[in-house]
Ligand binder design. Structure first.
Ligand code: XMP
Length: 256
């Protein structure tokens, strides 16, 4: 079963489309055990209200992958959650292939990659590794930060039909062509979510980060077409992580 279908099923069963971004600010790398314990505790508290957890360098750098982040991946799996590695993979094929092998070996269900690298000797090897392991790939399409306009928001000449088009719309079409399991479009740009949704419909789901801390709103992102909402600091740094996660879950349910 594809990652896309697994996500839809887990989300439906758990009645939530919230993806927790398990991020923590820099701390002394010598206090690794403390960080791991804190991450385990937040994941445990948020679990009833989320369908997946997204991990990135905030944890892979201080904890390492095997015997570090992998402990969290296993915890998530035992709680019935799916796991996404936000690696924004962005290198040549041989390197991408190795990166993907390690992340999937650690147990991640899906990997976020950067479509700027192109297909041949870029994305293709990652899709091959994902296919071999039966895991998912999610393509960045329009990032949530302000500077995204300089890359993802550029007007470009489309390589196939030679017409002017926005870069993020080219990526949306490529997500369809490559049969990606999802795309990422920032909640800070609901207009872009709407445009991307017009291309993808329900064939490729939209994951939307940037809720709360970056100014994005659940209702605007959902109404524009986002299927999954990625929330980090608002939950992780809250004194009542479980309560805030529940609030996001219920708020998303109301607008879905
Ligand atoms: P906050 O604390 O802002 O965390 O809720 C957001 C999380 O999502 C990541 N992020 C992105 N990941 N494409 C991605 O793949 C994006 O456009 C994007 N914007 C934010 C961020 O690193 C953090 O983990």
């Amino acid at each position: 079963m594809s990652f896309k279908i697994r996500m839809a099923e887990v989300s439906r069963k758990r009645q939530t489309n919230i993806v927790l971004a398990l991020d923590f600010p820099f701390q002394n790398p010598k206090e690794r055990e403390k960080l791991l314990a804190r991450a385990q505790s937040i994941l445990d508290l948020a679990s009833p209200h989320i369908c997946a957890v997204k991990i990135n360098h905030h944890l892979t750098l201080p904890l390492g992958i095997f015997d570090g982040v992998q402990i969290l991946v296993n915890q998530a799996r035992q709680a019935g959650l799916l796991t996404i590695m936000d690696g924004k993979v962005n290198d040549i094929g041989a390197t991408n292939q190795t990166i993907a092998e390690y992340y999937y070996e650690a147990g991640f269900d899906a990997l976020i990659v950067n479509p700027f690298i192109g297909w041949e000797e870029g994305l293709k090897p990652i899709f091959e590794v994902a296919g071999k392991h039966g895991r998912g790939i999610i393509l960045l399409t329009y990032m949530s930060h302000k500077g995204a306009v300089e890359g993802y928001g550029q007007t470009v000449i489309d390589g196939e039909n030679r017409l002017e088009v926005k870069q993020y719309l080219v990526f949306a079409h490529k997500a369809l062509k490559y049969k990606a399991d999802g795309v990422v479009v920032g909640a800070t740009a609901p207009d872009k979510i709407r445009e991307v949704y017009q291309i993808l419909g329900s064939t490729v789901p939209i994951y939307s980060p940037g809720i709360g801390a970056q100014g994005g709103e659940i209702s605007a992102a959902t109404k524009a077409g986002a299927s999954y909402l990625i929330v980090g600091r608002e939950i992780v740094q809250a004194p009542d992580a479980a309560g805030v996660a529940e609030k996001f879950k219920l708020s998303a349910r109301k607008t879905t």
